[in-house]
Ligand binder design. Structure first.
Ligand code: SF4
Length: 383
């Protein structure tokens, strides 16, 4: 059970408190010393013994063989399909991707590198609708184009070549190595970081520089180069099923005998969260002859997505409020207020156009905007 080990990983408290009176160089020296102590303790995890690490990996894999979930991307060895799943799951919940069949539908629409490389904006964004963070879809298409142009349509398997593809960073390149090619890699996502922090009883903020390095060190030490795909899948699955955020289910854990956590539910430690900023967005609802006025966004965040035309607070003053809805995006909480605009003579602004009601369904639109639009359309008296 957790807590029976002796090698808890903690940053030195007194060293942590030093600061103000020291000059920058001294502080950097202390930080390095502190990190080296931490590294030493990380490498002491699981008694440094190869046999003990092998037992840990075997226990994990054996459990995964029985308890591992059958996700669509686990049934394939196609590197392109694995890349799609990796990017899709980076900022979207697993349950959302599964329940709404986002992955399956995307793969039906763009089954291979070539079909994605040739996709136009409208069909690409439509296929990504509901997943948010639309920049990922564009980066995925950029990666497909680079694979086609620079690698003859075949996904490269080397770390450096993978990293040279647009939108593929350290994490994704390692995930591709492990899951697509079953090649040695060090994969650390949120689930794995949490499991490792608990296994080693790491009392360091895992999103700090030192914490990330400690987790990475531990991940590299434990990684199973003989079975990279199964090992990393198992570790992720352990984080999803048992070693959950908040209260882990240690009594059912296949590696509890290796776990050093004394108070697992208090781990991992993280830096204080940046506060949520509230913003208010005003949009107008304007209709004419069975059509609604929509705007196709430019700019970095919403490029290509359709939404109700946005106005300033002054511009909507005097209009009738039809709808108020709220949605989160990154560190913002957005209050969307929609106003009835009956100024039929007002000229259209750049990017705005009339869209027939029966065409609205086929447009790419962010989920909160789609929901708002549907609610407005359902109000028969506004039709
Ligand atoms: S569930 Fe997590 S905290 Fe509990 S024993 Fe397993 S690895 Fe340790």
């Amino acid at each position: 059970m957790p807590g029976d080990g002796k090698m808890a990983l903690r940053a030195h408290g007194p060293l942590k408190q030093m600061g103000g009176s020291f000059d920058k160089q001294a502080q950097e020296r202390i930080a390095k010393q502190q990190e080296s102590v931490l590294r030493g303790r990380v490498s002491g995890c699981l008694e440094k013994s190869v046999r003990s690490r092998a037992r840990f990996r075997e226990a994990l894999r054996a459990w995964f063989g029985v308890a591992g979930k059958d996700y669509p991307w686990r049934r394939t060895r196609d590197p392109y399909a694995v890349l799609v799943s990796e990017l899709m799951l980076q900022q979207t919940r697993l349950a959302t991707v599964l329940e709404k069949r986002h992955y399956v539908r995307f793969m039906e629409r763009f089954p291979d590198v070539k079909s994605l490389a040739l996709a136009d904006d409208e069909s690409l964004l439509k296929a990504w609708e509901g997943l948010g963070y639309y920049r990922r879809a564009r980066m995925l298409r950029e990666a497909a184009r680079a694979i086609l142009q620079d690698h003859g349509g075949t996904m490269p398997s080397g770390l450096a070549a993978l990293r040279s593809l647009p939108g593929i960073g350290e994490y994704t390149a390692n995930a591709m190595r492990a899951f697509a090619f079953d090649a040695p890699a060090v994969v650390v996502d949120g689930n794995i970081a949490r499991v490792l922090a608990r296994l080693a009883d790491l009392h360091e903020e895992i999103d700090s520089g030192a914490g990330k390095r400690a987790i990475h060190e531990l991940a590299g030490l434990l990684a199973d180069d003989g079975h990279p795909r199964a090992y990393h899948s198992a570790l992720m699955e352990l984080g999803q099923q048992l070693c959950k955020v908040g209260a882990p289910m240690c009594a059912e854990c296949p590696v509890s005998g290796f776990c050093k956590a004394e108070n697992p539910s208090s781990l991992p430690m993280k830096r204080p969260r940046v506060g949520i900023t509230k913003v208010v967005e005003h949009a107008i609802w304007r209709r004419r002859d069975g059509a609604v006025l929509l705007h196709r966004a430019g700019g970095a965040r919403r490029t290509g997505l359709w939404h109700l035309p946005v106005r300033t607070e002054d511009e909507v003053s005097g209009m009738k409020e039809l709808l108020v809805t709220r949605y989160p995006i990154t560190r913002y909480s957005v209050e969307l207020r929609v106003w009835s605009d009956v100024t039929s003579s007002a000229s259209l602004r750049e990017g705005e156009c009339w869209i027939r009601m029966d065409e609205v369904d086929g447009l790419a639109m962010a989920t909160p905007m789609r929901r708002a639009l549907m609610r407005l359309l359902e109000e028969k008296n506004r039709m």
